[in-house]
Design a protein around this ligand. Structure first.
Ligand SMILES: NC(=O)C1=CN([C@@H]2O[C@H](COP(=O)(O)OP(=O)(O)OC[C@H]3O[C@@H](n4cnc5c(N)ncnc54)[C@H](OP(=O)(O)O)[C@@H]3O)[C@@H](O)[C@H]2O)C=CC1
Ligand SMILES: CC(=O)[C@@H](O)[C@H](O)COP(=O)(O)O
Ligand SMILES: [Mn+2]
Length: 394
C-alpha cells in the first residue's frame, strides 16, 4: 500500500521545516509562500539564526518553533515571536515538534548527521518525510529505509528527485543503471598539485548551484557525489556498481536511469532547488513555479565527462565506505564534517580533507548498523579522532 499524506481540515498540507534558516530551508519558505492555498507552515526550527527564524515565524504566523542550539535560550530576538508562539530549545525539541499531531509532512533541511534522529522519528510517527538531509541516509540508511512505507520518504536532493521521477511508471527490475550527474565543481580538471593550493574562496565558488557552505565544499571535493552515491543505493535499493557518476558540467541533466532495452530516461530542468523541494510537497501533482525555465534553443552545449578519483580522493573514499557498508559511512561522514569545518576555518588545507577522512576510516573497526545509539557513539568517536587529525595538521 502506498503512503498517503494527511492534510488539515482546510485541505492544506501542514508542513514543518527543520532548518528553515538555511539554503534549502529558505527556498522551502518561498515554495510555501507561492502555494499558501495548498501548504500551511505549522512549525519551524533553526539552529543559531534566531532573527531569521523569528521573521519566518511572524510571516507565516507559526505557533511552534524550536531552536536546536541551546545557547540561544534567552536571545532577545526571540521576544519578537508572534503572540502565542511556543519556543523550545535543543535537538529533542526539534524532534518533538516534527512529530506533533498537527504536522502532515516534515522537510528535514538540517545539515549533517544532526538530521538523523529527526528523520527516524518522523518515519516512525507515520509522517511524510521530504528529505534534503542526505547525511541521514548515508549514516543511517540501513535503519531508515526499513522504517519507510512506499511513498513516505520523498527525496529532495536534486539528483535523487530526478532519479525518482525517471523511475515513475517504469519497472524498477528492468532498470540497468543509474547515471548520477555531477557538475564537477569549481576544480574540474585540476591535478592533485593544483588542488593542494586552492583557497576557501575558490572552493566556495560553485559553478552552477548556490548552496550552504558545507555542501558547497563537498561539491568541490566530490565528497558530495560520493555521499549521493550511497544515498541513491539506499533510496532505490541498488548496489554501488549500479550507480555511475557522470560529469554534466551545466547541471541541467539532474540524473538519468538507463533501462534494459538501452533507453535512457533523463530529468532536465533549471538548477533551482525550489523545483525538487516543491515536488516533494506536491507529489504526485505538479504545480506552477517562479523558478526559471531552461531555454534549450539558447542553452548551447551539454558537456559530459568522467570524474578523476585519483585527484578527488573523497569520491574514492566514499566508494570504499559504500561498498564496505555497516558503520564505515558513519565514520566517513563524521570525519568529513569535522574536516570541512576545519578547512572553512582555515585550519587545514583542501587536500587535508581527504587525508583526515581516510585516517579515521583506517582506524575504525566496521560493525553492522544496529541502532541510532550505536551510530551516535561511532559518530562521536569519529569526530574526536578527526579533530585530533586536524590539530596534528594545523
Ligand atoms: N543547498 C542545497 O542546494 C542542497 C542541500 N542539500 C542538503 O540539504 C541539507 C541542508 O543544506 P543547506 O541548506 O545547503 O545548508 P545550510 O548550511 O544553508 O543550512 C543548514 C540548516 O541547518 C541548521 N543547522 C545547522 N547545524 C545544525 C544542528 N547541529 N542541528 C540542527 N540544525 C542545524 C541551520 O540553522 P542556522 O542557520 O539557524 O544555524 C540551517 O537552518 C544538507 O544535508 C545538504 O547536503 C541537498 C541538495 C541541495
Ligand atoms: C543541488 C544539489 O542537489 C547538489 O547536491 C548539487 O548536486 C551539487 O552539485 P555537484 O554536482 O557539484 O555536487
Ligand atoms: Mn545533489
Amino acid at each position: 500500500m502506498s503512503f498517503t499524506a494527511t492534510c488539515g481540515e482546510d485541505g492544506r498540507k501542514r508542513i514543518a521545516i527543520l532548518g528553515c534558516t538555511g539554503s534549502i530551508g529558505t527556498q522551502a519558505l518561498d515554495v510555501c509562500r507561492q502555494h499558501a492555498d495548498k501548504l500551511q507552515i505549522v512549525a519551524l526550527t533553526a539552529h543559531s539564526r534566531v532573527t531569521e527564524l523569528v521573521a519566518a515565524a511572524r510571516e507565516f504566523n507559526v505557533k511552534r518553533v524550536a531552536v536546536t542550539d541551546e545557547r540561544r535560550d534567552g536571545d532577545p530576538a526571540l521576544q519578537d515571536l508572534p503572540d502565542g508562539c511556543a519556543c523550545a530549545f535543543g535537538a529533542q525539541a526539534a524532534v518533538d515538534l516534527a512529530v506533533s499531531d498537527d504536522v502532515d509532512c516534515v522537510l528535514v533541511s538540517i545539515v549533517g548527521a544532526a538530521g538523523l534522529a529527526a528523520s527516524a522519528a518522523i518515519l516512525q510517527a507515520g509522517k511524510q518525510l521530504a528529505l534534503a538531509n542526505k547525511e541521514s541516509l548515508v549514516v543511517g540508511g540501513d535503519l531508515l529505509m526499513p522504517m519507510a512505507q512506499p511513498g513516505q520518504l520523498l527525496p529532495v536532493d536534486s539528483e535523487h528527485s530526478a532519479i525518482f521521477q525517471c523511475y515513475l511508471g517504469e519497472r524498477a527490475d528492468q532498470a540497468h543503471a543509474i547515471w548520477l550527474t555531477c557538475s564537477g565543481g569549481p576544480f574540474y580538471g585540476y591535478s592533485r598539485d593544483q588542488l593542494e593550493k586552492v583557497t576557501v574562496a575558490d572552493a566556495l565558488a560553485h559553478p552552477t548551484w548556490n548552496m550552504g557552505a558545507k555542501i558547497t565544499i563537498d561539491s568541490a571535493t566530490l565528497m558530495n557525489k560520493g555521499l549521493e552515491r550511497i544515498e541513491a543505493c539506499h533510496l532505490f535499493g541498488v548496489d554501488m556498481d549500479f550507480v555511475r557518476v557522470l560529469i554534466q558540467r551545466q547541471s541541467k541533466i539532474h540524473s538519468m536511469v538507463e533501462y534494459e532495452d538501452g533507453s535512457v530516461i533523463a530529468h532536465l530542468g533549471a538548477s533551482d532547488m525550489r523545483i525538487p523541494i516543491q515536488y516533494a510537497f506536491s507529489y504526485p501533482d505538479r504545480w506552477s513555479t517562479p523558478a526559471p525555465r531552461v531555454d534549450f534553443r539558447t542553452l548551447g552545449s551539454l558537456d559530459f565527462g568522467e570524474p578523476d578519483t585519483g585527484a578527488f580522493r573523497c569520491l574514492h573514499l566514499a566508494e570504499i565506505a559504500g561498498r564496505t557498508g555497516g558503520t564505515l559511512p558513519c565514520v566517513l561522514n563524521a570525519a568529513n564534517e569535522v574536516a570541512v569545518a576545519a578547512f572553512l576555518d582555515g585550519t587545514c588545507s583542501f587536500t587535508d580533507i581527504d587525508r583526515i577522512v581516510e585516517s579515521c576510516m583506517d582506524d575504525h573497526d566496521v560493525q553492522p548498523v544496529q541502532s541510532l545509539e550505536q551510530l551516535a557513539d561511532i559518530d562521536r568517536w569519529a569526530r574526536r579522532r578527526a579533530a585530533e587529525a586536524c590539530a596534528a595538521r594545523s
